[in-house]
Design a protein around this ligand. Structure first.
Ligand SMILES: [Zn+2]
Length: 425
C-alpha cells in the first residue's frame, strides 16, 4: 500500500489525465500479495488508468469527480481468459455448423463478446477464428463500436492436413479438397511463412494444433500432428516477431515435443505424464487447462448435434485431464486460466474457478491464474492483471469474500474496463 502511494506522485507528474471517477467498496484484493485492503478508494483518470489508491476520507478530490460506491462488495482486477473462441457457439455442434453461411461466425462475435465482459472477463486470448474475425472484432471493440473484452487474437489456427486445425475434416474430397484451410502447413518452411502471414494481418499470438482433438473428426485425440522441426520453426519465427505461441496438445508426445520446441503455452495438456510435467517446469512452459467444460459437453453434446465420435473422445480424456491438472499444480508448473469458451456457452467462464479449487489449487492460486498469471504470460503485467496505479482501470466487484466462496466469481456485479463502466448493480 505504502509503495503504491509513493508511486503516485511520480505517476501524476508524467500524466496530464484528470481524475474522472473514484470507486469505493468494502474491500479490495491485491492479487500480487494475496492481501485484502479495507475500504479502498480507487481514483481513475479520464485516460482510463488508475491514478491513486487510498482511502476516501484522506483524499482531496477535485469537483466533478464521479463517485461509484459498492457497499458489501470486494474489488478485484478484471478477469482474463487465455482460451476462448468468440466466433464459435457451443449450441451448434458437429455438422450443424454447415447450415450457416460463412459470415454468420463473424456476426455472432459481438454477442459472445458482450456475454464475456458481462461475466467480468475484461481481457481474452482468442485462440482461433476463421477469416481474421477475431482481429476485426478486436478492432471494433477497441474503436468503441462493439462492447467486449480486450482481445489478443490468433486468427487462423496453424496445423497439419487432416489434423485438429483442418476445417474440412469430415467432408468428402469432392467438397473439401479444394477448400484447404489457409492455416494448413506442410513443412517447417511453410510454417514460418504462415506465421508471418497471420502476423501480417493482425495475429498477436500464434495458435497451433500439436495433437489431435475432441471436436476434429477422424483424428486420434492423443496423436502428435506436427513434427518437432515444424513446431521449432513456428516458435522461432513467432519469437523473432515478438509474439507467443499456444499449442493445442492433449497427448503426451505432442506436449513433450511442443515444450522442447520452445512453445510458450500448452493448451489442454490432458495426458501429460509426470516426466513431461517436470520438463514443462524446467522449460518454464505454461499449462492452460480447460477443466470445466467436460461436464457441459457430456451433458448437452447430443442435443447440440456433437458427433458421437467427439463425445467418446471427451469421455476418454475428461477425467484424466483433471487428474493431470492436479499433478501439474502439485509439481509447481506455471498455470494460467483458459476455458475453451465456445465449446460451452460464452459468459460462463468463471465456472472453471471452483473446479480448479476442487482439483488442487487454493482459491488465491485459481484467482491469480485468471489475473496476474495470465497478464504475465502475455507480457502485459505492466498494464493489466492487478489493481495498481498506472495500470488500466480493469476492475470488477464480487459480493463479500470471494476467496471463501470462489463460486461468487460467477456472479459479478460490476465491471469496468479501461475506466468505462459496462455493468453496475
Ligand atoms: Zn480451443
Amino acid at each position: 500500500m505504502k509503495s503504491w502511494i509513493c508511486g503516485v506522485a511520480a505517476l501524476l507528474a508524467t500524466t496530464s489525465a484528470q481524475a474522472a471517477t473514484v470507486v469505493t467498496a468494502d474491500r479490495m484484493l491485491d492479487v500480487r500479495t494475496g492481501r485484502y485492503v479495507d475500504h479502498p478508494a480507487i481514483v481513475v483518470g479520464d485516460d482510463g488508468r488508475i491514478q491513486q489508491i487510498g482511502q476516501i476520507a484522506s483524499m482531496q478530490l477535485p469537483a466533478g469527480v464521479k463517485h461509484i460506491d459498492l457497499p458489501g462488495e470486494t474489488l478485484v482486477p478484471g478477469l482474463i481468459d487465455m482460451h476462448v473462441h468468440l466466433n464459435s457457439l457451443a449450441e451448434i455442434g458437429g455438422y450443424q455448423g454447415l447450415k450457416y453461411t460463412d459470415a454468420f461466425w463473424s456476426a455472432i462475435g459481438p454477442y459472445n463478446a458482450r456475454k464475456t465482459i458481462d461475466a467480468g472477463f475484461t481481457t481474452v486470448r482468442n485462440v482461433g477464428s476463421p477469416d481474421f474475425d477475431d482481429v476485426g472484432l478486436e478492432q471494433a471493440i477497441d474503436g468503441g463500436w462493439v462492447v467486449g473484452p480486450r482481445i489478443v487474437p490468433a486468427s487462423y489456427l496453424l496445423g497439419a492436413t487432416g489434423g485438429h486445425c483442418d476445417d474440412t475434416n469430415g467432408l468428402p474430397p469432392s467438397l473439401g479438397a479444394d477448400k484447404k484451410s489457409p492455416g494448413i502447413i506442410t513443412s517447417p518452411e511453410d510454417a514460418r511463412e504462415k506465421v508471418r502471414w497471420v502476423h501480417k494481418y493482425g495475429a498477436e499470438v500464434i495458435k497451433i494444433c500439436a495433437t489431435g482433438g475432441v471436436f476434429s473428426l477422424g483424428d486420434s485425440v492423443g496423436a502428435q500432428q506436427l513434427t518437432l522441426d515444424e513446431m521449432k520453426a513456428i516458435a522461432d519465427e513467432a519469437h523473432m516477431l515478438g509474439i507467443k505461441v499456444a499449442a493445442h496438445a492433449h497427448g503426451d508426445e505432442g506436449i513433450r515435443a511442443a515444450i522442447l520446441a520452445g512453445i510458450d503455452t500448452i493448451e489442454h495438456a490432458s495426458l501429460a505424464t509426470d516426466a513431461t510435467i517436470q520438463l514443462a517446469k524446467q522449460h518454464g512452459t505454461w499449462f492452460d487447462m480447460d477443466i470445466y467444460n467436460d461436464d457441459y459437453i457430456l451433458a448437452t453434446g447430443t442435443a447440440n448435434g456433437t458427433e458421437q465420435e467427439s463425445l467418446d473422445k471427451e469421455r476418454m480424456i475428461g477425467l484424466k485431464q483433471r487428474q493431470t491438472f492436479q499433478r501439474a499444480v502439485k509439481a509447481g508448473v506455471k498455470m494460467t486460466f483458459g476455458t475453451d469458451a465456445g465449446v460451452y456457452p460464452h459468459g460462463l467462464n468463471a465456472r472453471q474457478l471452483p473446479y480448479m479449487v476442487k482439483w488442487g489449487m487454493t482459491p488465491m492460486q485459481a484467482l491469480q491464474s485468471a489475473t496476474i498469471n495470465a497478464a504475465t504470460l502475455i507480457g502485459w503485467e505492466g498494464t493489466i492483471g492487478s489493481i495498481a496505479p498506472g495500470k488500466s482501470a480493469d476492475i470488477i466487484a464480487v459480493e463479500g469474500d470471494g476467496l471463501a466462496d470462489i463460486s461468487r466469481y460467477t456472479r459479478v456485479a460490476f465491471v469496468m474496463k479501461t475506466g468505462t463502466v459496462f455493468k453496475a448493480p
